[in-house]
Design a protein around this ligand. Structure first.
Ligand code: SAM
Length: 247
C-alpha cells in the first residue's frame, strides 16, 4: 500500500477512535448527571413531604437537609432507600436515623452559625454533616472504631470540616468544652454528668433517655441545672460503654 494512503487510513482510524471515546464520555456524563438529578429530586421530595409536610419549620434546617447528600452516608445496596421515611442499617447493628428525627433534633438544638456543637454517636456521619452545613463547629464521637473511621473519611471526602474521634462519648470532649449545644444519638438510661458540665449556660442538650420506653428530651441549662423544653417518644439504639456499668 502506498505510504500516503496508509497515512490517510491511520489518520481516519484515529479520528473514529477519538469520536467513539468522546461519545462514551458524554454518555457516562449524561448518566451521572441523570442519577444526580434523580437523587436531588428524591431529597427535595423528602424535605417537602417528610419534614416541611410535618412540623419542621426552621428554613435553615430544611435547606441543610436539602443540601447534604444523605445517599453518600448509606451503603450501595441501600441507595434506593437513602431518602425513605425510616432509619437504615449502617453495619455493626447500628442505624442512620430517620430523616425526620435528624431534622427534629437539629431544629430542637437551635444551632446557629459559629456555634460549637458536640454530637455523641457519629454513626454514618450524616447528622454531623447536617450540623456542619448549618455553619456549626462540630465535634463528634463514635464508640465503634470502624464506624468512626468510615464516617470521618466520608465527611472529609464531601468537604465537611468536622472534628471526629473514636471513644466513649459519655465523657464528652473536655478539651473542646464548653459547647453551645450537645446532641446525643444513642440512648442512655440517664443523662451523663460530663455532658451537663460541658454545656454552656443557656445551651441546649437534645438526648434520647430510657431503656424500653425512650423519650427524646430537649433540655436547656439554666443556673447550672437542666430544664425541659420539650419531648418526643422515640426508639434509639442504646448508649454503650461506661454508662452501662453505672446503672
Ligand atoms: N448520628 C448517626 C448518623 O447520623 O448516622 C446515627 C447514630 S446511631 C443511631 C447511634 C450511634 O451511637 C451508633 O453508631 C453507636 O455506635 C454510637 N454510640 C453508642 N454508644 C456510644 C458511646 N458511649 N459513645 C459514642 N458513640 C456511641
Amino acid at each position: 500500500m502506498p505510504s500516503a494512503r496508509r497515512t490517510a487510513m491511520v489518520a481516519m482510524a484515529l479520528v473514529i477512535v477519538g469520536q467513539i471515546t468522546l461519545t462514551c464520555k458524554e454518555n457516562r456524563r449524561n448518566r451521572v448527571n441523570g442519577e444526580e438529578d434523580n437523587l436531588t429530586q428524591k431529597r427535595n421530595d423528602m424535605v417537602d413531604t417528610q419534614l416541611a409536610g410535618r412540623d419542621i419549620m426552621d428554613a435553615k434546617v430544611l435547606q441543610a437537609m436539602r443540601t447534604v447528600p444523605r445517599h453518600a452516608f448509606v451503603s450501595d445496596s441501600l441507595q434506593n432507600q437513602a431518602y425513605a421515611d425510616w432509619p437504615l442499617p449502617i453495619g455493626y447493628q447500628q442505624t442512620i436515623s430517620q430523616p425526620y428525627i435528624v431534622a427534629f433534633m437539629t431544629e430542637a438544638l437551635a444551632v446557629r452559625s459559629g456555634h460549637k456543637v458536640l454530637e455523641v454517636g457519629t454513626g454514618s456521619g450524616y447528622q454531623a454533616a447536617v450540623l456542619a452545613e448549618l455553619g456549626a463547629e462540630v465535634y463528634t464521637i463514635e464508640i465503634i472504631p470502624e464506624l468512626g473511621k468510615h464516617a470521618a473519611e466520608t465527611l472529609k471526602q464531601l468537604g465537611y470540616n468536622v472534628h471526629s474521634r473514636v471513644g466513649d462519648g459519655c465523657n464528652g470532649w473536655p478539651e473542646a468544652a464548653p459547647f453551645d449545644g450537645i446532641l446525643v444519638t444513642a440512648a442512655p438510661e440517664f443523662v451523663p454528668a460530663p455532658l451537663i458540665e460541658q454545656l454552656k449556660e443557656g445551651g441546649r442538650l437534645v438526648i434520647p433517655v430510657g431503656r424500653y420506653e425512650q423519650t427524646l428530651k430537649v433540655l436547656q441549662k439554666k443556673n447550672g441545672q437542666l430544664s425541659p423544653l420539650g419531648s418526643l417518644p422515640v426508639r434509639f439504639v442504646p448508649m454503650t460503654g461506661k454508662i452501662q456499668d453505672r446503672k
